[in-house]
Write a protein that binds this ligand. Structure first.
Ligand code: 5GP
Ligand code: MG
Length: 180
């Protein structure tokens, strides 16, 4: 049976500290002169997004709109045969806007790439991708997040928005699911 490991991989305070650092970097790179649209990928992004927008706000960034989408990629692993299934699209008009596309984790890379490419067809000023976690060993395509808090090994993790069978999203830390 798979259960959450007692010892966190990333503690609450480690996550908080790193989100603050990332917000600092985002504001330094992108500036605060123009409000941005935050587009979050539900459901995994919810906790990270809540912390990220506050960390950005403290540093002078303002939101034009906060919006969410539900998307998943399907099909075989090769780039050309992958498609994206949008269960809920953005309501926000992102034409001419600065967009931060936020997800919980970049794993194979398909979800973030397909979602970003779809948003790019709508004429935004830019789309920058932001993830809490990155599992580089799992990548199947040439795709990196513009901003990522933590690079982790190839382990299935839960907590801080990430689920196992819809459970454990509420945990304030990240831990590994393991066989007992
Ligand atoms: P990708 O298209 O990059 O393979 O998929 C990213 C999605 O896979 C994430 O949004 C997340 O829903 C799911 N995922 C990938 N790795 C993990 C993991 O370790 N734990 C959980 N809970 N979800 C994961
Ligand atoms: Mg997801």
């Amino acid at each position: 049976m798979l259960t959450p490991r007692q010892e966190p991989l990333l503690t609450e305070s480690q996550i908080r500290e790193r989100i603050d650092q990332l917000a600092e970097k985002i504001v330094a790179d992108l500036g605060t002169d123009k409000p941005f649209v935050l587009a979050g990928l539900l459901r995994g992004c919810f906790m990270f997004t809540a912390d990220l927008v506050r960390a950005l706000s403290i540093r002078g960034a303002t939101l034009k709109e906060l919006d969410f989408m539900v998307a998943s990629s399907y099909g075989s692993g090769t780039e050309s045969s992958r498609k994206i299934d949008i269960q809920r699209d953005l309501q926000a008009d992102i034409s001419g806007q600065r967009v931060l596309l936020v997800d919980d984790i970049i794993d194979t890379g398909h979800t973030l790439k397909l979602t970003r490419d779809m948003l790019l067809t709508r004429g935004p000023e830019y789309v920058k991708t932001v993830t809490l976690l990155d599992k580089p060993e799992r990548r199947e395509i040439d795709m990196e997040a513009d901003y990522s808090c933590f690079s982790i090994p190839n382990l299935f993790v839960i907590g801080f928005g990430l689920d196992y069978d819809q459970k454990y999203r509420e945990l304030p830390y990240i831990t590994v699911m393991e066989e007992v």
